[in-house]
Design a protein around this ligand. Sequence first.
Ligand SMILES: Cc1cc2nc3c(=O)[nH]c(=O)nc-3n(C[C@H](O)[C@H](O)[C@H](O)COP(=O)(O)OP(=O)(O)OC[C@H]3O[C@@H](n4cnc5c(N)ncnc54)[C@H](O)[C@@H]3O)c2cc1C
Length: 387
Amino acid sequence: MLEPEWGRGMGKAVVVGGGIGGLAAAIGLRRIGWDVTVFERLPGELDDAGSGISLAANGVRALDALGAGAALRAAGCFQRTVSTRSPRGAWLARMDGTELERVAGTPIVGIARYELHRILRELLPGQVVRAEVTGVDGTRVVTTDGDHEADVIVAADGVNSLLRKHFFPAHPGAVYSGSTVVRAITAEPLSSSDFNLTWGRGVEFGHIALTDGHAEWHAVLTAPAGVRYPDPLAEMHRRFGTWHEPIPALLDATRPEDVLHHDVYELVTPLPSYVSGRVAFLGDAAHAMQPNLGQGACQALEDAVVLANSLATNDIDPALTHYDRVRRPRSQAIARAARQAGRMGQQVTNPVVIAARSAAFRVTPPKLFARSLLRHTRWLPPDLAQP
Ligand SMILES: Cc1cc2nc3c(=O)[nH]c(=O)nc-3n(C[C@H](O)[C@H](O)[C@H](O)COP(=O)(O)OP(=O)(O)OC[C@H]3O[C@@H](n4cnc5c(N)ncnc54)[C@H](O)[C@@H]3O)c2cc1C
């Protein structure tokens, strides 16, 4: 692990995109003494703010390194009861989150995205500008707020990244994963386990407990791209209303206006590099993946910490080379594993395969589940402590 040599190569960064990845990158760069501006095109809350997220040990450790761990723990809900069920409620797997936490040394935390965004933005007082980036020319970023020169540009502009199209014009871009997600945070508190996934034929219904008894639920459906329902909540009641509790209760506790619907896109063709000149790609812009392992944001947070550590310990060009070398293999391997997890999980439609999977789950010892859950989360952050 590299030891930061504070002040080395200190410079100015422009971060394109104020999602979890962009905000985390900006916090990391500020911690090593860089001057940072984040440009976020949306004026208010982000598109997915009204949903929840689960942060595994690696994501929580990255937030610890960024100085956001205490606020995360205060605003989030520790996942102590973790399970997988069939639509009728049969238990396929049950895990003790406290034991997972003991082994990992860090809890798994569920949190509303608007809370996570708030925690990250509070560490960037005055650094987030609400303006759209419309182009890049060398190290000059063109925005609706004027042009800005930077030593390093961080491309954190998400799955449909403008900067990726600009710097990697031959890359085919993001493709539809075959799954669409309907999700919401309940308006009323209710009693639920901390984290559960229920698999049906080509569908998954999951929920994540949040603080004060509220919960996020998400239905992942195999469907053509662009499918939309006139009344998404009514459609969820129709599909899941007879599934085991608390699924009907979660839907009953939801207001129609709180329901979000997004199609899931991913980078099937891996990006050949996370760096082009002085531009570093990070988060979904670099490695948008299917959500089946709950690792997309965790990987963005890892990216942010490694990028800041690299720039604190090297001159800019070697730092970016180091960032690419460290981050690309790991995040791309996790993206492949996430695609594979979907093929074995939500996307399975054949009833014979579903029955065989359920039988295999029932005889698998919890220790093996725990090992597979912890497989991608053992990552330890490099040092970003402030001098
Ligand atoms: C259904 C679902 C569930 C998920 N669950 C989990 C989970 O439990 N755990 C987990 O770790 N991950 C999860 N993920 C993945 C995670 O949500 C993403 O990987 C993560 O949010 C990516 O963050 P980002 O900052 O890279 O991109 P984004 O969140 O997409 O942010 C990009 C930002 O850039 C802005 N932007 C774009 N273009 C411009 C421009 N030209 N100028 C200015 N701003 C611009 C956008 O407005 C946006 O705010 C899930 C994903 C989905 C779809």
